[in-house]
Design a protein around this ligand. Structure first.
Ligand code: FEO
Length: 399
């Protein structure tokens, strides 16, 4: 196949990645706008350097874009910034097309990860943190960025064209032909970059905060920041995305409460509405998310900068609704930290659901209110109690 062309992004750097228009699920994260697997080809004095590859299955698209610039045999070096399969899956196949003497570089932990994934099919060479690799007349500085997104992750800085290749960092799942963020809709960029951070990077927020703090000391002055998913950043976009990462990793939050619930016969739903009214009346932006129509990854995105999480489920079979169990499992893994949490729900003969939710919520915040239960169907008095429950949560957020 030869219909895919490279896109030149600087004097010597070409985007040669793949666009996955059909991706809708990335290990449990709903990717409604698809994604890209970005790979970059850098022209050196006497050959080419490939930065990252693509997911297995997209090798032909990658090779086609490479061939629009050079013969793949001219690729003498590959730098793998991250061993997760969406960036490394094509390495074994690509190795059979590039120079037989190619050298594959990865971080120390990247070497271990690549060997564990591909065994003897690859032969990676480790680069220590801070190493400057002189390749084909250009200097590539390798900066370890552990846990952004895996232990092996690193950034590579092309000192000649001042391009910073950041693998998962500053990326987003967004399929499209636009290679620059400033060619995209700003609202979509904000939504998808926040959703990406919430669903992929939140567990590592403390490490990211340290990295962003140390960024000025790394002596990087990129003209472009090129992640492995979604568009690249240039001009003011670089400072913008760095600032967003600073705020998200620091846990900066809005006066927002996310009310997530499922319902059997609308009792828990009516409770949610009344709680939302109480919060809203006291200046808290209440975001109601019925799990019948809200994906867990959208809830995670809302929680990224919310201060409270209130979860409701009716008691079902002496437990919680499966949708609520799914959500609790997911957000526990993402290690969100909220100011306040609370549980609510209706029940028939024993209020088991809120007890179960309450136990899980204790991992998400130090302050959580006692659960609110309603027998079968909320009365007017019950709904007034729900509203007051919302007011109580609002008050706790103001303290
Ligand atoms: Fe896009 Fe952690 O892989």
């Amino acid at each position: 196949m030869s219909c895919f062309n490279a896109v030149q992004i600087s004097n010597a750097v070409y985007w040669v990645g793949a666009i996955d228009w059909s991706l809708r699920n990335f290990h449990g994260y709903e990717t409604r706008r698809g994604s890209t697997y970005n790979a970059y080809l850098v022209k050196g004095n006497d050959g080419y350097i490939l930065i990252d590859t693509v997911k297995k299955g997209f090798e032909n698209e990658l090779l086609s874009r490479i061939r629009s610039v050079c013969d793949p045999k001219e690729i003498k070096f590959i730098i793998s910034n991250h061993a997760e399969m969406d960036h490394s899956g094509a390495i074994p196949e690509i190795l059979s097309h590039v120079s037989p003497d190619v050298k594959l570089y990865a971080s120390t932990l990247g070497v271990k990860a690549l060997n564990a994934h591909f065994g003897s099919k690859v032969n990676p060479v480790p680069v220590a943190n801070g190493t400057v690799l002189p390749l084909l007349g250009r200097n590539f500085r390798c900066v370890e960025t552990r846990m952004l997104h895996w232990p092996d992750s690193m950034w590579t800085y092309d000192e000649t064209d001042r391009i910073l290749f950041t693998n998962d960092a500053f990326g987003m799942h967004l399929a499209g032909y636009e290679r620059w963020a400033d060619d995209c809709d700003e609202n979509i960029l904000e939504e998808e970059s926040a959703k990406y951070f919430a669903n992929i990077l939140t567990p590592y927020a403390p490490l990211i905060a340290k990295l962003i703090k140390a960024y000025p000391t790394l002596e990087l002055a990129p003209a472009a920041v090129c992640p492995d998913h979604g568009p690249c950043w240039r001009n003011d976009g670089i400072a913008h995305i760095l600032e967003r990462y600073r705020a998200w990793s620091a846990g900066e939050r809005k006066n927002r409460a996310v009310i997530v619930f499922d319902t059997m016969w609308h009792s828990t739903e009516r409770m949610a509405h009344a709680i939302g009214e109480g919060l809203n009346a006291h200046g808290i932006d209440a975001c109601l998310m019925p799990l019948s129509g809200s994906h867990r990854s959208d809830v995670a995105k809302q929680l990224l900068d919310a201060r409270a999480c209130i979860i409701g489920s009716p008691t079902l079979n002496n437990g919680i609704m499966p949708t609520v169990a799914d959500l609790l499992c997911y957000i526990k893994g993402l290690k969100f930290k909220l100011d306040t949490t609370a549980a609510f729900g209706s029940y028939g003969w024993a209020p088991a659901a809120t007890k179960q939710i309450d136990v899980e919520l204790s991992a998400l915040s130090d302050a959580h209110l006692p659960p609110l239960n309603v027998l079968y169907v909320p009365t007017d008095k019950d709904l007034e109690d729900c509203r007051q429950f919302g007011e109580q949560i609002a008050a706790s957020l103001k303290n």
